[in-house]
Structure formats: structure tokens, C-alpha cells
Design a protein around this ligand. Structure first.
Ligand code: NI
Length: 175
């Protein structure tokens, strides 16, 4: 296992569209998933997409800690070749997001409240489920990385963008 280097905003790998994973069971994909999980935990993140570690494949890992998920915890998961369909009737909501490729900053970003997510798990098994709230937010953020989209590109109000230390000192209400 190993800790991987995380690309920071400005590196072109973060703007490229990633390619499909053909064989989830391939040893190099299994090793990549393990290393991405280790890297995410080491960095204290809740999600990490393959392009962030310089690999142009449609794959991410994520987790939802109990403190962030309205009490609903999602342990570490890998998602391969994801497809997202927003449930537009549920609307969008603003929520705070950071990104391991944009260290030290966070912003309020609009995301769909509810999505349908399908794809393959770390064993190559197909799944199809509905996610809401923070889990839906994390998945939309990570899936965006696979298309070269970073959260500032989703923002509509740049007054809600700042350094973590300052936003901790001067909390902003999201209404
Ligand atoms: Ni990110």
C-alpha cells in the first residue's frame, strides 16, 4: 500500500475527462483502489477520484462520517464507471465543500439533493441506488472530477468561498 501524490488545482490532469475502467478485478485497479483509500484517509478527506492521483480512469472512493451524514454513516466505498441521474423534482441545495486538490479552502456549492447512482463496486458488481443529502453531494463532487470539473466551476456565489480558518472564525449561514 502506498500514499499517492494528490494533484492540486491548476494541474491539467484535473481538467481532463477520464476513461472507463474495463476490468475492476485487474490487480492494478485493485491496488489503485486500496492506495486511493489509504491516501484519502491520510489526507482526512471524504472522497478522492482517480484523476486527483494522476490516473485518468472513472473511479472514486468516498465515505460519509456519521457527523456529516445526518447520523447516517457510509463506510469506505469504491465506485467505478458511475452514472448519475439527478432527481430534479427534489431540487438543489447549498452546502459546504472542500477538495483535497484545493487545500485550505471551502465554499458553498449548489448540488442536487437527491440522485440515482449506478455503477460498479470494488468487486465489479453492478449497483443502482438513490442517495440524498451529504452522500449525494460527495458523489456529485467526485463524479465531477471524472469529467474535469472542480467545485469552483459549480459555484454561483463567490462571496461564499474562503479559507477554512477564516470561515471557522466567521461562520456564514446558508439559507
Ligand atoms: Ni475534490
Amino acid at each position: 500500500m502506498s500514499i499517492l501524490k494528490i494533484a492540486r488545482m491548476g494541474h491539467p490532469v484535473l481538467l481532463a475527462k477520464a476513461g472507463l475502467v474495463e476490468d475492476v478485478s485487474a490487480p492494478e485497479i485493485q491496488a489503485l483502489i486500496a492506495a486511493m483509500a489509504e491516501t484519502m484517509f491520510d489526507a482526512g478527506g471524504v472522497g478522492l477520484a482517480a484523476p486527483q492521483v494522476h490516473v485518468g480512469l472513472r473511479l472514486f472512493v468516498f465515505r460519509v462520517p456519521a457527523s456529516r451524514g445526518d447520523g447516517v454513516e457510509i463506510p469506505l466505498r469504491a465506485v467505478v464507471n458511475p452514472m448519475i441521474v439527478p432527481h430534479e423534482a427534489a431540487g438543489r441545495e447549498l452546502g459546504w465543500e472542500g477538495c483535497l486538490s484545493i487545500p485550505g479552502l471551502r465554499a458553498a456549492v449548489p448540488r442536487w439533493r437527491e440522485i440515482r447512482l449506478s455503477g460498479l463496486d470494488e468487486d465489479g458488481k453492478a449497483f443502482d441506488e438513490v442517495l440524498t443529502g451529504f452522500a449525494a453531494r460527495v458523489v456529485q463532487h467526485e463524479a465531477d472530477h471524472l469529467d474535469g470539473v472542480l467545485y469552483p466551476m459549480r459555484m454561483e456565489d463567490f462571496s461564499r468561498f474562503g479559507y477554512n480558518e477564516e470561515l471557522d472564525r466567521y461562520p456564514q449561514e446558508l439559507l
